[in-house]
Design a protein around this ligand. Structure first.
Ligand code: KG4
Ligand code: ZN
Length: 333
């Protein structure tokens, strides 16, 4: 089955064609990074407007790259949520219009389930349950899945900032540019991760929840109380990154142990972080895990993951009924 995926939940307008949830025929992403860079974060109203401008070109480009026409598409999968409502509505409206006009079935997809699927495109499918850390600009949560085609069970998540949001806010505070995660990842390569002992918040020994606002405040306080001549920015960001990574890794180890699983996936924009990937690779060896991490270009938002997840959703519950009344949801598991 050939699925056209459409994604517009945040600041990337994306479309892709994927066959049987596995074979990627095209992957087109129109990024709005340059639009939001002057503001140091995503401006929802600007994001919606840019999606409107880009969506049809992006869909056309995805079909062209896949060397197919709409007639060769069996269904359209679209991100229903979670995300920014104004942004989601653009992708959903386009997908509904295409589906209705061309009499194609529609599949509504959870964005986080999409991120999870990105980890399995290039590898064998897990033959057993797995634990997944979803870590991005909007989400930081742990899930348990019996199989890739089942909806993931929520185990715990952030009580305040998402990890990517913390990266972006710290980078903004330090005037380093946007998106903060990428800049901090690069700068940290020249920094000492043990230079500054920032707090790691664990919220109790059995908690699978996260909190990053205290760490962000600790960075703010450090910058306010120290002259820039007394520390290197590289050391500061490397130490901040280390604190985030330590907590993400420790909570994932806890979740995998609690659930007794040996398959672990790490997905979402922050999964592109080199230090995070390195530490998870080490843990995978220590714990004899099979580790699933998407290639870097499929960590951040894209429509390949939506088309791939759409195939799983279709196998689980079929096509979306009532195409015309399908609405966007800002919060969803
Ligand atoms: O998955 P994504 O594209 O959007 C959401 O669903 O939120 O994730 C974007 C987030 C941003 O906060 C960005 O700073 C972060 O992922 N990010 C990174 C890296 N690349 C992107 N964070 C840390 N290290 C990176 N290399
Ligand atoms: Zn995302």
């Amino acid at each position: 089955m050939r699925i056209l995926g459409v994604e517009s939940s945040c600041d990337e307008t994306a479309a892709a064609v994927v066959e049987d949830g596995r074979r990627v025929l095209s992957n087109v992403v129109s990024s709005q990074i340059a639009v939001h860079r002057p503001f140091g974060g995503v401006v929802p109203e600007l994001a919606s407007r840019k999606h409107v401008e880009a969506i049809l070109y992006v869909v056309e480009a995805a079909l062209e790259e896949a060397e197919c026409s709409m007639n060769d598409i069996d269904a359209i999968a679209v991100t229903r949520g979670p995300g920014l409502i104004g942004s989601l509505i653009v992708g959903i409206s386009a997908a509904k219009a295409i589906a209705y006009a061309l009499e194609k079935p529609l599949i509504d997809v959870n964005h986080l389930e999409g991120h999870i699927h990105a980890a399995f495109l290039d590898s064998d499918l897990p033959n057993a349950p797995f634990v997944c850390l979803v870590v991005s600009g909007g989400h930081t949560a742990l899930y348990y899945s019996e199989s890739l085609d089942q909806p993931p069970e929520f185990l715990g998540g952030t009580l305040d900032d998402a990890a990517g949001e913390a990266f972006d806010k710290v980078a903004k505070l330090l005037g380093l540019g946007y998106p903060g995660g990428v800049v901090i990842d690069q700068l940290s390569e020249q920094g000492n991760p043990t230079a500054i002992d920032f707090p790691r918040v664990y919220l109790g020994k059995d908690s699978l929840d996260f909190s990053f606002s205290g760490l962000k405040t600790a960075v703010v306080n450090f910058v306010r109380t120290h002259s820039p001549l007394t520390y290197r920015v590289e050391d500061l960001v490397a130490s901040f990154q280390e604190a985030v990574v330590d907590v993400l890794v420790a909570k994932t180890v806890l979740a995998a142990n609690m659930k007794g699983v040996k398959n672990v996936a790490v997905v979402g924009g922050v999964a592109a972080n080199r230090r995070l990937r390195h530490k998870f690779e080490e843990k995978a060896i220590d714990n004899r895990w099979k580790l699933y991490v998407p290639p870097i270009h499929l960590c951040t938002d894209n429509a390949v993951m939506i088309a791939a997840a759409g195939y799983g959703v279709w196998k689980r519950k079929g096509f979306t009924r009532d195409i015309l009344t399908l609405d966007a949801v800002s919060r969803w598991y």
